[in-house]
Design a protein around this ligand. Structure first.
Ligand code: ZN
Length: 85
């Protein structure tokens, strides 16, 4: 595994996460630069430790830590596809 592959393996989920954020926020008119990430259902602000793509999704068992609502699998599609780079 080359250094370039390791770099992509680490950063691809973050790029995919940002693309997912754009897909989910822009149609609803929400900003993407300012404002912290929050649960779409209850509005609870996410901690920094909950912002690691895929890892935090799995550790939280695919649910919001506060209200328990399942996190939409569509939020993961851009992250998953970002590995295809
Ligand atoms: Zn919630």
């Amino acid at each position: 595994m080359t250094l370039q592959n390791i770099f992509l393996l680490i950063f691809a989920p973050f790029i995919g996460s940002f693309l997912g954020l754009l897909i989910m926020r822009l149609p609803s008119g929400r900003g993407v630069i300012f404002g912290r990430s929050q649960c779409d259902c209850c509005g609870t602000t996410l901690y920094a430790r909950h912002l690691f793509p895929l890892l935090s999704w799995l550790l939280l068992r695919r649910r919001c830590r506060h209200c328990g609502v399942a996190i939409d699998w569509l939020a993961l599609v851009p992250r998953r596809h970002s590995f295809a780079w």
